[in-house]
Design a protein around this ligand. Sequence first.
Ligand SMILES: Cc1cc2nc3c(=O)[nH]c(=O)nc-3n(C[C@H](O)[C@H](O)[C@H](O)COP(=O)(O)O)c2cc1C
Length: 329
Amino acid sequence: MVDVSTSYMGMKLKNPIIVASSDLSRDADGVKKCADAGAGAVVLKSIFEEQFFASSNISENRFPLHPEALDYLRAGGLLEYGPDEMCREIDKAKKDVEIPIIASVNCRTPSLWPRFANQVEEAGADALELNIYDLPLKLDISGSEHENNYTKILKEVKKEVVIPISIKLTPEVSSLPNLSKKLSQAGSDAFVFFNWFLEPDIDIDNIRTISRKGKGNFNHSLRWVALLAGRIDADISASGGVGRADDVIKQILAGASAVQVCTLFYKKGLSEIQRLLQGLEAWMEKKKFNSVADFKGELSFKEQELSVKGLGEAESYFRTQYLKVFKVK
Ligand SMILES: Cc1cc2nc3c(=O)[nH]c(=O)nc-3n(C[C@H](O)[C@H](O)[C@H](O)COP(=O)(O)O)c2cc1C
């Protein structure tokens, strides 16, 4: 019998399958369903900054939120899942399940999150995932100014809590290695590669803009997991496009401690957790690996750089331009 347990941000997970933040994990019932289906951990649906503003007694003058949006929010637009509700659900879920519960907040500013982080810690969350993204819109703000904001948010939150913190990042930063290093030095225990976004489109019949659900990009995540695993002092979980046991195995070989999965469970149900685990176990038995630690990171960039195989084997991680992969007939 192989051992599929793993260690992620200082917590022992019975297996590396984490149910990613989404409506599947919005309340205690959802968390219990994930746990009953065999998940190693669950990330709760994020609380968004706007929800926090709306549920707090905050003057709209202090924060850059459109006043109409604030009225809408205060009228209940998004408040059915505000910070208090999340904390109540954490408290309830902790009585029902033993797997780690990771709370999630979506933040752009360091203003309010520390207080909320403290609330979720008190409610019993085992860890906190900061889902930080602020689309750079202003022409005069540099990449490093934007990225310094990530560190500021992390440092403010770290002052308030002792539970481990992960940061769900976007690859759209000027240097992911440098940002990850700075954030791990500032105390981030783990990273999630990557966040998922709404994408813009245009409806040409009605001549208006629309937002579409983005897609997790498995290979993009694989590249950055492999390039950074073992080189920064933090764990990594991979998020994006995991649909089969092979994908779980690939991400662990690249250096991930765990994978976060969402769309697969929406499409085919939480019973897919067992299918992923059966595939992982069968492969480990076939390859004679007794534990996840036995093969974790074996194909990371760092391991290949150090090994006799040399960098040729790892070229696909850092080669981004076509040279000879495709030939024109
Ligand atoms: C319906 C839905 C809701 C989501 N809500 C959140 C959220 O609140 N916070 C968050 O960080 N990610 C959210 N995500 C992104 C997922 O956590 C995950 O990172 C993304 O879907 C990529 O993984 P996948 O390819 O397995 O779906 C959501 C995704 C979906 C499909």
